[in-house]
Design a protein around this ligand. Sequence first.
Ligand code: ATP
Ligand code: MG
Length: 585
Amino acid sequence: MAGSFQASLHPMTSAATPPPPAANFIRNIVDDDNRAGKWAGRVETRFPPEPNGYLHYGHAKSICLNFGLAKQYGGVCHLRFDDTNPEKENQEYVESIIEAVRWLGFEWGEHLYFASGYFDTMYACAEALIEAGKAYVDSQSAEEMRANRGTLSDPGVASPWRERSVDENLALFRRMKAGDFPDGAHVLRAKIDMTSPNINLRDPAIYRIRHATHHRTGDTWCLYPMYTFAHPIEDAIERITHSICTLEFEDQRPFYDWLLDALATAGRFPRPLPQQIEFARLNLTYVVLSKRKLIQLVDEGHVSGWDDPRLPTLVGARRRGFTAEGFHLFAERIGVAKADSWIDMSVLEECMREHLNEAAPRRIAVLDPLKLVITNYPEGASERCQAPNHPLKPELGARDIPFGRELWIEREDFMETPSKGFRRLYPENTVRLRYGYVVKCTGCEKDAAGNVTAVFAEYFPDSKSGTPGADNYKTKGNLHWISVAHACSAEVRLYDRLFSHPHPGQRRDGDPEAVERDFLDDINPDSVRVIEAKLEPALRDAKPEDRFQFERHGYFVADRHDAKVGAPVFNRTVTLKDSWAKGGK
Ligand code: ATP
Ligand code: MG
């Protein structure tokens, strides 16, 4: 029952008193920098997606962190497209990312940037490194370079081209830019240390030849910077103070620092230089967040598209009815750490419930309708009952719901032979029809196969909710209902988790069949059920993306694309309680 408002209302969701941000190691770094006067109090972060896919729940963590941090310190966060790889990127992704970040409630003002907008500066930085003797053109084949890189135990071997003169390097690099060579003929490498224990410092490649058309710069370039070279430069150009990234870049930090130091020494950038800080990415149970797997789910038709409400993309989340506020609460609650860990899906769902409990008006829907006939109520008559729009917010008022002789109730609310502890409708039992009358069940009607086709009851005319007589009736059951004559029929999609195992595709101990498990085998066969439900008349006018709590059922949203005013279609966002807890499904 939808009765546990007080218990589940978390103080953090109260709009009037936003919670103070909890301390974490990143805020500590910013506080230390501010105390030391490093940036004169300036905090400038960035969210740097590569436009090669749709954003997912993991990105929401990074977005909330970067934009949230800037906001808390009165700074700004840039939205920067890291579009240095011409082969995989496109404009469709750019637009969907912009829309998703806005939807999460963040603004970047004039700070919208594209790494490709810096290609000239990046090229100039590369020439500056060559001039400083800190970069060279290598003409080994890709295989030779790989073989000479060494391993964790063996040092690398210097390229025969490592000692080319500055002039020769410059001339070759300019010819690479001019398009004189095919892909792979040469690469530009930083000249650092082929024996470094950190393989990332063994003369990493910084520019490669790619005769490819870029989604923004077209065919201007046939030479593209490597991500690890481009990213620190982007940060330095934008004067980013704290460059926050996920843990897999930890081993790249020495190169990040080496590069920016070399370029500052060459007079290209002022000091202090941006600082890279790594945090643990979001790992969430019951979903997959890898781009490759998400693409596979879409391409192979396991879901209906990128915005399928079951997919952990942000467009999917939006269509599912998840809210930006719910993601903010989630990001705050899971915090940031320096070590990887798993977050259970129930934590995210609970954050959505907490926000929706506050924000969603209450409505009534019967998902599995069974007819209840009130035999002593006059035929053709009807009357209004009043239902509050939100039990905690009387200021949101109430609405009328019509009552009549024939009502829809939930099939599971009736049992001809009640099981132990069943308190709803069964012959001779009395229950309250919520916001309406108390009724006593008198029997039922069945078809030839024994299925119940209608239930009969008599009502007590002096028991109407809100009238003085109502208090004279004590009932244990409290059912929701909708007048048959006034109900609105609508498609409702009951979404559930996409996977039925917390770690899709991962090997399970003690399960001999699961050694080579395909993550697709873990798809939950009941992840969506489409039904025709009966809705109270007020829901007929729901606008796309309007959210409601359907009493006793959960939170629902009018579908962004398929719902129209007058013709609603609803998606279930989340049930009222966690049905997956302890043994679950
Ligand atoms: P790719 O493998 O293509 O790099 P990606 O998921 O890292 O995929 P990006 O577009 O590079 O995609 O990500 C943009 C930002 O979001 C990066 O700063 C990245 O660290 C962050 N990010 C990506 N996945 C997660 C995650 N699961 N949790 C937190 N942050 C993430
Ligand atoms: Mg990445």
